[in-house]
Design a protein around this ligand. Sequence first.
Ligand code: FES
Length: 229
Amino acid sequence: MSLMSRTMASMARSTRMVNNKSATLSSAMHLPLFKQDDQQRRHQHTTQVPDFQKYKKSATTSGDASRSFAYMMVGTTALISAAGAQATVSDFLSNMSASADVLALAKAEVDLASIPEGKNVTIKWRGKPVFIRHRTQDEIAEANTVNVQELRDPQLDAERVKKPEWLVMLGVCTHLGCVPIGEAGDYGGWYCPCHGSHYDISGRIRKGPAPLNLEIPEYTFTEDQLIIG
Ligand code: FES
């Protein structure tokens, strides 16, 4: 026997041995290969696929109609939201507006006849002190002799009063907010002891660290009253 013939005979023997082993394995598992394929085929044939046809969008349904419905829903939702927002804002603003008693406190009324000439009165307005000075003729004259160009915060006395005899100012030092003392200091007006600021008889800063004159609040006069605020 030639070498080629011996090799082919050996390969044939090996193939038979492999087939015998596969057959033995399949037999041991009791699941022959051809039986598995057959079962899968039968399973596929018996599976019932649900019919989803009725859930699919009909070809006859108009695209415009569904779009209009979507727009209508969006528009309705937006209108309802806007109405709710308006109601919320209205409630909020009505709650935030000042009540009558708060508005009354925003103004202070002072009887002018109760303040003699040459005297100071301090009242509290919106949580701050307000100085009211009934000035004498000498004090008015002194306030008008100052050269305003030399002042740190140049201001004529006439710009700070509505009636020369009545000086009305916030009693808050413009440096760091202390309350100055009346009829004190080097200029016969007000003196802030916190850091040594001197204000004149018109409440203008003349000496010390304060940068500005004492602030003038909003006020008006009636016949016999001063109304602050
Ligand atoms: S707070 Fe008045 S001088 Fe400083």
